[in-house]
Design a protein around this ligand. Sequence first.
Ligand code: CUA
Length: 366
Amino acid sequence: MNELFRKLLFLPEQASTIAKDVDHLHYIIITTTMVAATLIFGTAAYFIIRFRRRSETEITPKVTGTFGWEALFVGLPLTTFLVWFFMGYHDFVRMQTPPPEAMDVYVVGKQWMWKFTYPEGPSSIGVLRVPVGKPVRLLLTSRDVIHSFYVPAFRIKQDAVPGAYTQTWFEVTKPGNYRVMCAEYCGLKHSEMWAEVVALSEQDYESWMRQQREGDLVTRRDATPSGPERERSLLPARQAALYDPQEAHGEVMYAERGSLAERGERVAAEKGCLKCHTVDGTEHIGPTWVDLYMRRERLTTGETVVADEAYLTESMMKPLVKLVAGYEPVMPSFQGQLEAAEVAALLEYIKTLRSARLNDVESKGP
Ligand code: CUA
C-alpha cells in the first residue's frame, strides 16, 4: 500500500526513519482532500440539475429544520483538520527533537557547496558519510547567504543561516547514496549546489573514520565512483554533457591534525577567549566554560536560556543581546572574526569541558 501510494505520487525513496511517517500523513491528507472535493463537486452538480428552476413562475419553498446538516458540515471538517493537526504535530516534534545519543556533524553551506566537519577531526566537501542505523544530528550554518539543506530521500529540510546554528537530524535505514540539494535560492549556481550522503554500514563507517584520522595530513581528492556517475545518469542528456562531476561533486577530504575539540582549544587561545573565560571552573570576567554546555542560564532580561550550540554561537556573534545576569557587558562581538569552522571547533571544545556529574539539562534548574 505504501509502495503503491509512493509510486503513484512520484515520491522519492524512503531512506530515513521518519520518511514513512511524513509520507503517511501526506497520503492521508491527499486522500481526504480528494474524497472531500469529489463529494462537494458531486453534490453541487447534483443540486444544480435536481433543483434547477423549471419555469418563470416557480418559487423555491423556504427551507427549515437543517440544524443536523449544519452541525455535520461544521463538525466533519473540524474533526478532519484536528486529526491532521495532531498527526502533523506529533511528526513535527519528532523531526525537531534529535535523540540524545545522536552523533554530531557540523555542516557549513557556502556558495555553492556543502562542507562537513566531524568532531573526530576530518572535514570533507561534497560527501557526507554516515553510519546506517545511528541517529545523526547536523549542526548547520552558512558562510555567506541563507542556504537550505534538503535530502528528499530522508524528508528533511533545514535552513543554514550565516552567524547562527540550526539543527536537524536523521537516521538512515539502508546503505546507499542519497542526494543533498540546496532548497533556498542562493545565487547563480544554486541549482548545482549538490552534495551526497553516503550511508555505510557501521563497520565500514568506523574503518573509514579510522583511516581518515590516521591518514597523512595532505588534502586529497577521493573519487567516489558511484556518486558522480549516478548523478550524471539521472540527468537529461543535454544537461549531463554540461555537468562536470569533479567540479560539482568531487569529494575533497581534509585530514587535519587532532580532533575538532583540540582545534577549538587552539582557537580559544589564539582569539583571546581564555582571557575572560576559564577552563578550570573558576569565575573570571565571563562565565567559566566548565559545564557551560547545556547549562540553564538566567539572562539580564529575567528569561532563562539553555546554553546549546545555537545560544553559544549567538553569544559569540551578538554577545550583548542575551547577556547572562551577573556579568559586565564587556564581551566583544566575534562576527566576522571567527570562521564557521572555528565556531564549530570552539563549540566542540566547550562540549568537552562538561564534567561527568552533569548529564542532563534538568539536573541544574534555574
Ligand atoms: Cu545554496 Cu541555494
